[in-house]
Design a protein around this ligand. Structure first.
Ligand SMILES: NC(=O)C1=CN([C@@H]2O[C@H](COP(=O)(O)OP(=O)(O)OC[C@H]3O[C@@H](n4cnc5c(N)ncnc54)[C@H](O)[C@@H]3O)[C@@H](O)[C@H]2O)[C@@H](O)CC1
Ligand SMILES: Nc1ncnc2c1ncn2[C@@H]1O[C@H](COP(=O)(O)OP(=O)(O)O)[C@@H](O)[C@H]1O
Ligand SMILES: [K+]
Length: 451
């Protein structure tokens, strides 16, 4: 059992291909059952376990785990809604020599293990099954989902039925989109990986520790990265972005436009807005959008920034003014929240991973689709899904902080995809370091601390 940090994310179809490529499905099910039994034994200190087994291979994993737990002397019962339907699950059922209780009549146990449905769920659970799952989950002290909580759709994290809350989810062989994407991700409790030796390959993966650019003996303020932040109507947002760029590690931040507010850091260099200010070849990234406004003046500033040829971070209001299909002369990172994303790219089909990937391919920009499950997608198809932020980020200005931090990473010479990943990681860690009920200014200050 290991954390899912850094692991590939596979769809149900990719999972089936990985299983087929391995070639020995019975061996994989035995491995899964061993991993599940081992994890449960370590975690539940001898308490009685009730395993709910479904008709497919998720149920098969449950039968194997039950047999192994029983062989090790652990108190375990099984309840099922019917007989197994897949060959593998039938074989696993045959090797279980205990009784199988009808699900509707099953009495609760302190530990509930849900092996009803996994990646094969294609429609809502039958009503009776969902009701029994809830009844038994509510009565248990510790709830474990095998691969996925039954009722969640593996590929997009939607709930096809009402899903109870679990304490632990044991992802088998690889992470799936539902382990990361909401609402499903919020129902899993801790997610841990049981390695099946599949060596799965995917262009999507869970965020891992990111390497941040570090200054060396030869560094100077410009080589560390110069960021220009284009201000607009709402001064505070651009201030936050500018300060955040410095605190995330930029060597020089040029704030273009707006007033010089009392108490603002003296380290930010201020000039009036002019398109010519962007001619400075030392500028490694331009951040535009936080507090920009959406009027003609804002549009003119965005046009000038797009024409400058500098690497861009495009956020907030600028996303409402941008034509995502227009060619650009320089790399760009777009950082929309879901509302901005929908306005820019349309509602679209598929999971947040699919949609962010399609948007990156369409726009030719790295797309950071923000939220509790931030998805970072590169035009080349790579995707990283972030974990480890904080719901306390849901406060005004935290997106401006991310835009500034992203500018810092981009100006330091990271590729847009690496810059976005590093910034999202740093931003999430800063949020955790801030604890509860912080404000965006605290978050900006915490960027320095977590670096
Ligand atoms: N792919 C792999 O590499 C491995 C998969 N394993 C297990 O296999 C699972 C996937 O197995 P399956 O593909 O058999 O899928 P599931 O066990 O998730 O269930 C699919 C079965 O349920 C039926 N079904 C789907 N939705 C239903 C609904 N709402 N009501 C009633 N029946 C419904 C399907 O027709 C099918 O018979 C994984 O989640 C995992 O637990 C493991 O055994 C190890 C390796
Ligand atoms: N519930 C949440 N859980 C985790 N992160 C969140 C949540 N809500 C918002 N965030 C994060 O907070 C930031 C908010 O950005 P944004 O919506 O652009 O705010 P603003 O425009 O006010 O600066 C994003 O990085 C987003 O991922
Ligand atoms: K399950």
């Amino acid at each position: 059992m290991s954390p899912i940090t850094g692991t590939p994310i596979l769809t149900a179809a990719e999972m089936r291909s990985a299983e087929a490529a391995h070639g020995d499905s019975a061996f994989l099910m035995e491995q899964a059952g061993q991993g599940i039994a081992g994890a449960i034994r370590r975690l539940v200190a001898g308490a009685e376990v009730l395993i709910l087994c479904g008709p497919g291979n998720n149920g098969g994993d449950g039968y194997v785990a039950a047999r192994l737990l029983r062989e090790q002397g652990h108190a375990v019962r099984i309840a099922a809604a019917g007989e197994p339907k897949s060959d593998l699950a039938r074989a696993a059922r045959t090797r279980w020599d205990g009784p199988v209780e009808p699900l509707a009549e099953a009495q609760p146990a302190p530990v509930l293990v849900d092996a009803l449905f996994g990646t094969g769920l294609s429609r809502p659970l039958p009503d009776g099954v969902a009701t029994d799952l809830h009844r038994l989950a509510e009565a248990a002290r510790f709830r474990v989902a095998i691969d996925l909580p039954s009722g969640v759709a593996s590929d997009d994290g939607c709930c096809l039925s009402m899903v109870p809350r679990f304490d632990l989810t044991l992802a088998l062989g690889s992470a799936k989109p539902a382990h990361l994407l909401y609402p499903a991700a919020g129902l899993m409790g801790e997610v841990r990986l049981i390695d099946l030796g599949l060596a799965p390959v995917s262009r999507a993966s869970v965020m891992r520790r990111a390497d941040l650019p570090e200054p060396g003996p030869a560094s100077h303020k410009y080589s560390r990265g110069m960021v220009a932040v284009v201000a607009g109507r709402m001064g505070g947002a651009a201030e936050l972005a500018a300060v955040s760029a410095l605190r995330a590690g930029a060597g020089y931040v040029l704030h273009l436009g707006g007033r010089d507010p009392k108490g603002a850091p003296h380290a930010v260099v201020r000039r009036r807005w002019s398109a010519e200010a962007l001619d400075d070849v030392r500028i490694g990234a331009v951040v535009i959008g936080p507090g920009l406004g959406r009027d003609d003046d804002a549009r003119a500033r965005l046009d000038a920034v797009l024409a400058s040829g500098r690497p861009l971070v495009i956020d907030g209001d600028a996303l409402h003014l941008l034509d995502p299909d227009a060619p650009r002369g320089a790399p760009a990172i777009l950082t929309p929240h879901q509302g901005e994303f929908d306005a820019l790219f349309g509602k679209g089909e598929g999971s947040r991973i699919d949609r962010a990937r399609a948007a990156a391919a369409r726009s030719g920009a790295t797309v950071v689709l923000k939220g509790p499950d931030t998805v970072i997608a590169d035009p080349d198809g790579r995707v990283i899904v972030a974990t480890g932020g904080s719901p306390w980020l849901s406060t005004a200005g935290t997106g401006d902080v991310l835009a500034g931090a992203t500018g810092a990473m981009l100006s330091a010479g990271l590729s847009p995809f690496d810059a976005a990943t590093a910034a999202v990681r740093l931003h999430g860690r800063a949020a955790v370091a801030c604890g509860r009920s912080f404000i965006a200014d605290d978050l900006a200050a915490a960027l320095s601390r977590v670096r």
